[in-house]
Design a protein around this ligand. Structure first.
Ligand code: UT7
Length: 324
């Protein structure tokens, strides 16, 4: 028994925020942003669009491509840290929006690692016999927690959603995976207020505590080390050498981080899928959208091996080797 990736989908909001736009908002330059991060532009959800709206569009596309009826979905899992509400879950709103009335639905919070954590959870549900068909959606509206007066973070982030339809199958798409967390680095990347620890108040708003805070330099080093470790472990568990990998689909936090990880793994940049230039860092949605774009553009074909890896708040990090 295994889990097959039946189809993929994605959705990016229409509004484009360019580096030139950001030059008018904070003390920065197109040159700095491109050379230090690799980002040229990012997408921003419309005021009336929330994470569930992006997720529904991505999910609908994945279902349409597989000609798959929503009533046959057993579980909707949504990886997000920027859901519509604290509760109910964004997954329940997506379940309703897609007409997946027979599915149970829940959110998964693992920040940028949410899509890979979600793939591992989906596979567990399928292999245990609990579900036959799971719709996994990673959707983020990072713009809603971004401080557009903080040049250290606002140049990096964007909105988007990716989806995969996963089904029980004789063959297994997942050859090896590795998940890890380290809660001792919480304050390197977090949103201080709005939760139970610091509920919303006039003071939290005035202090801008409802926006993401990030220690970029400190994270940079941990990100590289963690993703190298995760990728090596996933390759080892899959019993696959890096030369056998057709395409690497990394988390798109910073082009320089991706280059450093790939160099450590002795993989050529030609094998690396990049969309950071167009979308920036979309947290959990980055790898999900990357997988959809890599499949639909033909950069990976049925039978190819792909290496996915990611790193984010928590801290959390993960890697997976899949056969398409
Ligand atoms: O999603 C996963 C979690 N996130 C990450 O993994 C992000 C990891 N970190 C990074 O990607 C990078 O650390 C950043 C892109 C956030 C920053 O790049 P950096 O090369 O580490 O820059 P830095 O923080 O060392 O700053 C270098 C200089 C500073 O000026 P001084 O002190 O040297 O005068 C910053 O104030 O660049 C300045 N700076 C900027 N200048 C123009 C910082 N942000 C900007 C900006 N435009 N947007």
């Amino acid at each position: 028994m295994g889990m097959r990736i039946v189809s993929t989908g994605s959705y990016l909001p229409q509004k484009v925020l360019t580096n030139a736009d950001l030059e008018k908002m904070v003390e920065t330059s197109d040159e700095w942003i491109r050379t230090r991060t690799g980002v040229s532009e990012r997408r921003i959800a419309a005021p009336e669009e929330a994470a569930s709206d992006l997720g529904i569009r991505a999910g609908r596309l994945a279902l349409k491509r597989a000609n798959f009826p929503p009533e046959k979905i057993d579980a909707v899992i949504t990886a997000t840290i920027t859901g519509d509400y604290h509760f109910p879950s964004t997954a329940c709103i997506i379940q309703e929006g897609l007409g997946a009335g027979n599915a149970f639905a829940f959110d998964l919070s693992a920040a940028c690692s949410g899509f890979l954590y979600g793939l591992v959870c989906s596979r567990g549900l399928i292999l245990s016999g609990q579900c036959r068909n799971v719709l996994l959606i990673a959707t983020e509206t990072m713009s809603r927690v971004t401080d557009y007066t903080d040049r250290g973070t606002c140049v990096l982030l964007g909105d988007g959603a990716g989806a995969v339809l996963l089904s029980a199958d004789e063959k297994d798409a997942v050859l090896g995976s590795y998940l890890a967390s380290n809660g001792s680095y919480t304050d390197l990347l977090f949103m201080p207020a709005g939760g139970g620890r610091q509920p919303a108040s006039r003071e939290t708003v005035e202090k801008r505590l409802h926006f993401m805070k990030m220690e970029g330099q400190a994270l940079f080093k941990v990100a590289v080390q963690s993703m190298v470790e995760a990728a090596r472990k996933a390759l080892e568990r899959a019993n696959v050498s890096s030369e056998e990998i057709s395409l690497v689909i990394p988390h798109q936090a910073n082009l320089r981080i991706i280059q450093a990880v790939v160099k450590n793994l002795s993989l050529p940049m030609e094998k690396v899928f990049l969309n950071i230039q167009n979308y920036g860092n979309m947290s959990a949605a980055s790898v999900a959208v990357g997988l959809d774009e890599a499949v639909t553009s033909g950069q990976v074909k049925a039978g190819d091996l792909a290496l996915l890896f990611t790193f984010g708040a928590g801290l959390t990090w993960a890697a997976m080797v899949i056969r398409l």
